[in-house]
Design a protein around this ligand. Sequence first.
Ligand code: KG4
Ligand code: ZN
Length: 331
Amino acid sequence: MIILGIESSCDETAAAVVKDGCCIRSTVVSSQVQVHHRYGGVVPELASRKHIEAIVPVVDEALAEARLQLADIEAIAVTRGPGLVGALLVGFSFAKSLAYALQIPWVGVNHLEGHIYSVFIEPDPPSFPYIALLVSGGHTSIYYVTDHTSAELMGQTRDDAAGEAFDKVAKMLDLGYPGGHIIDRLAADGDCKKIKFPRPYLDKSDFDFSFSGLKTAVLRYITNHPRAFKKQIPDIVAGFQEAVLDVLSYKAIRAAAETGCDRIALVGGVAANSRLREKLTTDAGLKGISVHIPSLPLCGDNAAMIAGVGYHYIKAGMQGEWGDDVFSRSK
Ligand code: KG4
Ligand code: ZN
């Protein structure tokens, strides 16, 4: 089955053509980073307007890259939430209208299920059940995944998401937006042991996270060293990054041990972090746990992961209804 996936939950307009839930025929992502850069974060109203401009060319490009016509598409999968409502509505309304015009089935997909699924469009997917560590700009959660359409939430952040903490620390240090990949790069030249930051929630027996105190600790360090900090940026970001990654890695591995899973999927935008990829693979490997991580283009927001989940929903007989609406937060 050839599915057209559409994603517009935040600041990326994306479309992809995927065959049978796993074979990517094309994937196109139009990023709005340049638009939001100067504001240091995503401006929802601007995001919606940019999605409106981009949606038709992005879908056209995905079809052209797949060497297909609209008539070849058998179903449409589209992100329904969570995300920015105005942004989601652009992709969602477009997908519904296109499905209506083509008289083909369509289904709304949870963006987080999309990220969790992203390891299945790669060569070495985990078998069920597995633990998913989902780390993105809006979410930091651990799931126990038993099949393509069910994942049990074991724990999540109580305040900032990991990606949000990276972005906010980058903003404090005036490094640019989005901050994750900038910190990733700078931290490689720093010494993570020079400045010790707290490991939030490391001792707790649950699977929740909290990164806002860590962010405040970085701010306190900057305030207490108003002149010196500028020369210490690589060490500051390396120390901060290691604190975040220690907690993420520790909790994901403990979740695997507690559920008896020997597989972890690392997914979401922060899964692009080079140190996290290396650290989790090494730490988990020492316990006999394999780690499955998507290639870099499938870590960030994309529509191939949405088409992938959509395939399993449609195969299971689930379809969208015309009255369905988008949602901003996970229920
Ligand atoms: O999954 P995603 O593309 O969008 C959401 O659904 O939120 O994740 C975006 C987040 C941003 O916070 C960005 O700074 C972070 O992923 N990110 C990274 C890296 N690349 C992107 N964080 C750390 N290291 C990276 N290399
Ligand atoms: Zn995402």
